[in-house]
Design a protein around this ligand. Structure first.
Ligand SMILES: Nc1ncnc2c1ncn2[C@@H]1O[C@H](COP(=O)(O)OP(=O)(O)OP(=O)(O)O)[C@@H](O)[C@H]1O
Length: 233
């Protein structure tokens, strides 16, 4: 079943007389529970696409259907509900609050989530049960990113949107984070959408989307994606 459907979606930024078509008449259909990687050169429109899927921005034209609901025409308040209920975000910079402990950082989402999961359970899920009372500065980069994944999961979203989630990590730690994200798709049926410049991550994907000049150049299903161990990092 398709969880995301874009029909004729464009996003145009206007700056005085200049018009930047960040997304240009995009059609796309994504299935639930897949590990999806979006590749493309700088300025191609990847973040714009992620922002639209995340309800952080709205299209200039076209419709975006998520879970059968058109999110392209929602009001600001309705978009806030959509974000709280349906999507979790993981960014390259972990965006943790330095003065809160690990568990407090994760528990914060309870304030906005409609149907949150236990912060303890999610931290156990990402292998950080023994670190819950530490501050972010006392953790490694990979551990901090796992806290941000636990925080995204605690919202209990169906879709995890990840913008260069391993961009700030060394390859060994990055592999650990990718393993975790992959298990979220395989074991928890989350739809994982990762924007990256790293072609290697695409080798693990169920679906690889290539974006260029605001258009989808290709959207390919991989019958036999490699396991994390099979990829030559
Ligand atoms: N808020 C904005 N105002 C004006 N132009 C924008 C805005 N956001 C993005 N753009 C432009 O839209 C185009 C697509 O940008 P986008 O950030 O989606 O690309 P990207 O593929 O994510 O690039 P990168 O890999 O460098 O992050 C670029 O030309 C960018 O300059």
């Amino acid at each position: 079943m398709s969880i995301v459907e874009l029909k004729n979606v464009s996003r145009v930024y206007r700056n005085g007389d200049h018009e930047q078509r960040a997304l240009d008449h995009v059609d796309l259909s994504l299935e639930e529970g897949k590990f999806i990687v979006i590749l493309g050169p700088s300025g191609a429109g990847k973040s714009t696409l992620l922002n639209l899927l995340g309800g952080l921005d709205s299209p200039t034209e076209g419709t975006i259907i998520v879970n059968g609901k058109d999110i392209s025409t929602l009001t600001e308040n309705e978009l806030a509900d959509y974000r709280a209920e349906t999507v979790g975000f993981v960014f390259q910079s972990y965006n943790l609050i330095p003065t809160l402990t690990v568990i407090e950082n994760v528990a914060l989402v309870k304030e906005i989530a409609i149907n949150p999961l236990s912060s303890h359970d999610m931290l156990r899920e990402v292998g950080l049960a023994d670190h819950i009372h530490q501050f972010p500065s006392e953790l490694s980069g990979g551990e901090q990113q796992r806290v941000s994944i636990a925080r995204a999961l605690a919202k209990n979203p169906q879709i995890l949107l990840c913008d260069e989630p391993t961009g700030a990590l060394d390859s060994e730690t990055g592999v650990m984070v990718l393993k975790l994200l992959l298990s979220m798709a395989r074991d928890m049926k989350k739809t994982i959408i990762i924007v990256t410049h790293n072609q290697n991550i695409a080798k693990m994907a169920d679906v690889v989307i290539r974006v260029k000049n605001g258009k989808i150049k290709s959207c390919e299903e991989q019958e036999k994606p490699l396991t994390v161990e099979e990829v030559d990092w």
